[in-house]
Design a protein around this ligand. Structure first.
Ligand code: GCO
Length: 430
């Protein structure tokens, strides 16, 4: 195999999210949801909150040079307008520990969790609540400086799940508790539009103070029709428009386009963060949900190797996604999440190599890629799926929380140090 080299300052790192790894995140809606449903509880999770020093040291020892983590809003602002200086210090320690170990810290300012007080004010369903998030972002931008900032994570995934999936906490808390899922499209567009505006506002706030580059993370998948029936094709076109095309267009134009709405915002991206995991196919099913939902059925693409969660492993899709973004947005791209839940580490190693090859192909074809952040550094709390799916390069023994790097962790370390893959790495690890 020819040697594959990446640009000199390429970021090779891993991603985590506060609620999934820190433990004891008691002040957000997910914690409350876990207590009040039958779902597995996040509890102490990986205890990254107290073990971050060793975790970051381990990243550096293995060879990574970047770390994407999230700053938990409910820790920083546990009550409206009250910022917790101790918690700010905690995240400063993470940043310092990263830099001292030669690791580029890349913060995500919102990864699906909201403080309870914000939820009680109507959460992301209320347009005026965007200002509360803006206050938090302002505070962070006064306290921290970064080379790369990420504002919000997967707005459409959050909007869809919080408004329509039974296993996920609703997007606000009503006076009499959790509201029922509405199962119509209107709230989804509302929540997504507010998150979009939150990103735009955050961009402006951060850029007033920081010379760093600001982006958001969006899940972008390749959607294909499940059959050649025209209803399945319609489903695909509609969904692709709502999830992908409309977003790329509105970000390019600098103003919302239907069904997303709100103020014009101009350019609000220095780079685009993409989260890419699987291939999907869309189909029409008149038995599912209320009318518009007939058009919104997706399932893992068929005829491909599957992950532990049944997701279709589709590395070629990453190339398609990268080219599509390059063609529309024409800005640098960072892969902010890409990974696999699996019980066999060999499958993870193959998954990674196959995706890296597609990245290289896209770069040969003109895509400006600045980094690859693997999901995830360690096994963690996979939201409604609990601790069972294993996404980590590093295994967590949940009996005693010890960290046990898998072979894939070292393989990725070698790739990072060599700044690319070559036949020797494949021979050694595959
Ligand atoms: C992300 C995701 C994570 C998920 C991962 C696996 O931004 O990378 O939202 O929180 O755990 O996608 O499902």
């Amino acid at each position: 195999m020819p040697k594959i080299k990446f640009p000199d300052d390429f970021l090779w790192g891993t991603s985590t999210a506060a609620h999934q790894v820190e433990g004891n995140n008691k002040k957000n809606q997910w914690w409350k949801w876990e207590q009040e449903t039958d779902l597995e509880e996040s509890g102490i999770a990986c205890d990254h909150y107290s073990r971050y020093e060793d975790d970051i040291k381990l990243m550096a020892d293995i060879g990574y040079n970047a770390y994407r983590f999230s700053i938990e809003w409910s820790r920083i602002e546990p009550r409206e307008g009250e910022f917790d200086e101790e918690e700010i210090k905690h995240y400063k320690n993470i940043v310092n520990q990263s830099r001292e170990n030669g690791i580029e810290p890349i913060p995500m300012l919102w990864h699906w969790t909201n403080p309870l007080w914000f939820m009680k004010k109507g959460g992301w369903k209320k347009k005026r609540n965007i200002d509360y998030f803006a206050d938090f972002v302002r505070k962070i931008s006064e306290e921290f400086e970064f080379d790369y900032w990420l504002t919000i994570d997967e707005p459409m995934v959050y909007a869809n799940r919080s408004c329509a999936s039974e296993n996920y906490p609703p997007t606000y808390i009503a006076e009499d508790g959790w509201p029922k899922k509405e199962k119509t499209l209107t709230p989804i567009f509302k929540v997504a539009s507010n998150l979009l505006q939150a990103h735009a506002k955050s961009y402006e706030i951060i850029r007033e103070k920081s010379s760093g580059e600001v982006g958001m993370s969006k899940a972008v998948n390749v959607l294909e029709p499940a059959s050649d029936s025209s209803l399945d094709e319609w489903s695909t076109n509609i969904r692709d428009y709502l999830e992908n095309d409309a977003w790329l267009q509105l970000l390019k134009k600098g103003k919302p386009i239907a069904p997303y709405y709100g103020e014009e915002f101009g350019n609000v991206l220095d780079f685009f963060g993409i989260n890419y995991f699987f291939g999907e196919e869309c189909y029409f099913d008149e038995k599912s949900g209320t009318p518009p939902y007939h058009f919104f059925q997706t399932r893992p693409k068929e005829n491909c190797e599957k992950s532990y969660l049944g997701w279709c492993i589709y590395p070629e899709g990453l190339y398609k996604v990268l080219k599509r973004i390059e063609n529309t947005l024409e800005i640098p791209i960072m892969i902010t999440s890409n990974g696999i839940a699996t019980e066999t580490d060999l499958q993870r190693r193959r998954f990674m190599i196959d995706h890296l090859k597609q990245m290289q192909k896209s770069m040969d074809d003109g895509v400006e890629l600045t980094g690859y952040l693997h999901w995830s550094f360690m096994d963690n709390f996979e939201w409604a799926r609990g601790f069972e799916p294993r996404f980590g390069l590093v295994e967590i023994d949940y009996e005693n929380l010890s960290r046990i790097p898998r072979k894939s962790a070292y393989m990725f370390g070698e790739i990072a140090r060599k700044n690319g893959i070559n036949g020797a790495i494949e021979e050694k690890y595959l």
